[in-house]
Write a protein of this length. Structure first.
Length: 310
C-alpha cells in the first residue's frame, strides 16, 4: 500500500500516543495498523491484506546537537492464517543520527529515488502504477541534508557485494551489486521540484540508470497538482496526478503514458477517494484502467478497503 496523506497523519499521531521512556533521554514508540481490501481485477476478485504492519520507533538524545534514532517495522498478512505459519516479513529497519547537519541512516527503507519521483504519482492505497525499474530496498546508507534556502540534497549507496542470481543462486561476477542514488529538491512558495537519478547497477548485468523529474504545484492549500517524467535508456514514463483534500478525506486521480523502447505506448488511469471515520480510521475506494504493453488488453481494476492505525 502507498500511504495517503491521511495515513501519514494517522501514523504520526500513533507514534505520539504510545510512547515509553526506555532510558534517560530515550523514547520508544510502538505503532502499527491493520488494513484490508477487496479487489476485483481481470485475474479475479479477492479479499486481501493491504500492508498491515507493526513496529517500534525510538530515539536517544546524545547531546544538544546530535540524536540517534531507529525504526524496525514488520509487515504481515492479516487476511488469512493458512500458508502463513505466523511469520512476518521485514518492511523497513534502520538506525541513524540526526542534527543540524541533517541526518544519515543505514538499513532497509524505501529508496530516495522512489520516494521523490515515483511516489509523487503512485500514491494509491491498493492499485499501483508502472514505474521505471530501479534499485531494490535494503543494504543502504543514505544522507539527507537540511533545507538550505529551499534546497535539499539526498544521496544514497546500496551495497550488496557480489550479486547472486535469484534463479540459480550462483554468484554473478559481471557486476558488484553496488548502486548509487542522488536526489535534489527545491521548494519555494507553492512550487516544489525534485530531480533524481538511480544508477540501478544491482538490478541486472546490463542495467541502465533511471533519471526522473517531479514537479508539484499547490495552487491552494487543499489541492496539489504533480507532473512526473522518467527515462531509462529509451523507455520513457510520463504521468500526471491531482489530489484534493475535501475535509473528511482526499480525492485523487493519476494518469500515465509508458513509452517502451521498440514497443507501442500504453496508458494507465486510476482514481480514488478516502473518507475518515475517526482520526485513526478511514475507508477508501479506487478504480483504474491499465493497458498491457504486450497484447494491448485493458484490465479494469477496482478496490475498496479500510485502514485502522494504532
Amino acid at each position: 500500500m502507498k500511504k495517503s496523506i491521511i495515513a501519514i497523519a494517522v501514523s504520526s499521531a500513533a507514534f505520539a500516543a504510545v510512547s515509553v521512556h526506555a532510558a534517560e533521554g530515550s523514547t520508544v514508540d510502538v505503532y502499527g495498523n491493520i488494513q484490508y481490501a477487496y479487489t476485483d481485477k481481470d485475474a479475479g476478485s479477492d479479499f486481501v491484506d493491504n500492508g498491515s504492519t507493526i513496529g517500534l520507533m525510538g530515539e536517544t538524545k546524545i547531546n544538544d546537537d546530535l540524536t540517534a534514532f531507529f525504526k524496525y517495522e514488520l509487515e504481515f498478512n492479516a487476511d488469512q492464517k493458512e500458508n502463513h505459519d505466523g511469520q512476518a516479513d521485514l518492511d523497513q529497519a534502520f538506525v541513524g543520527l540526526k542534527g543540524n547537519f541533517g541526518k544519515v541512516q543505514v538499513g532497509s527503507f524505501d529508496t530516495i529515488y522512489s520516494d521523490a519521483i515515483q511516489d509523487s504519482i503512485d500514491s494509491f492505497e491498493q492499485l499501483g502504477f508502472t514505474g521505471a525499474a530501479g534499485s531494490k530496498e535494503g543494504d543502504t546508507i543514505a544522507y539527507f541534508s537540511p533545507s538550505m534556502n529551499g534546497f535539499e540534497v539526498q544521496v544514497a549507496a546500496q551495497v550488496k557485494g557480489d550479486a547472486i542470481d535469484e534463479d540459480t543462486g550462483a554468484k554473478n561476477n559481471d557486476f558488484d551489486g553496488t548502486a548509487a542514488m542522488a536526489v535534489v529538491k527545491y521548494s519555494t512558495g507553492n512550487v516544489s521540484v525534485a530531480l533524481g537519478h538511480d544508477t540501478s547497477d544491482n538490478t541486472a548485468t546490463n542495467a541502465k540508470g533511471v533519471t526522473g523529474l517531479s514537479v508539484t504545484l499547490t495552487p491552494m492549500e487543499a489541492l496539489a497538482l504533480t507532473a512526473k517524467f522518467e527515462t531509462k535508456d529509451s523507455d520513457d514514463v510520463f504521468g500526471l496526478n491531482a489530489r484534493y483534500g475535501y475535509g473528511a478525506g482526499d480525492v485523487y486521480a493519476s494518469a500515465q503514458v509508458i513509452s517502451p523502447d521498440g514497443g507501442d505506448d500504453y496508458n494507465e488511469f486510476a482514481a480514488g477517494v478516502t473518507y475518515s471515520l475517526a482520526s485513526n480510521v478511514y475507508v477508501f475506494g479506487e478504480v483504474g484502467s491499465f493497458e498491457n504493453d504486450s497484447n494491448n488488453d485493458t484490465d479494469t481494476q477496482t478496490a475498496v478497503g479500510v485502514y485502522y492505525g494504532f
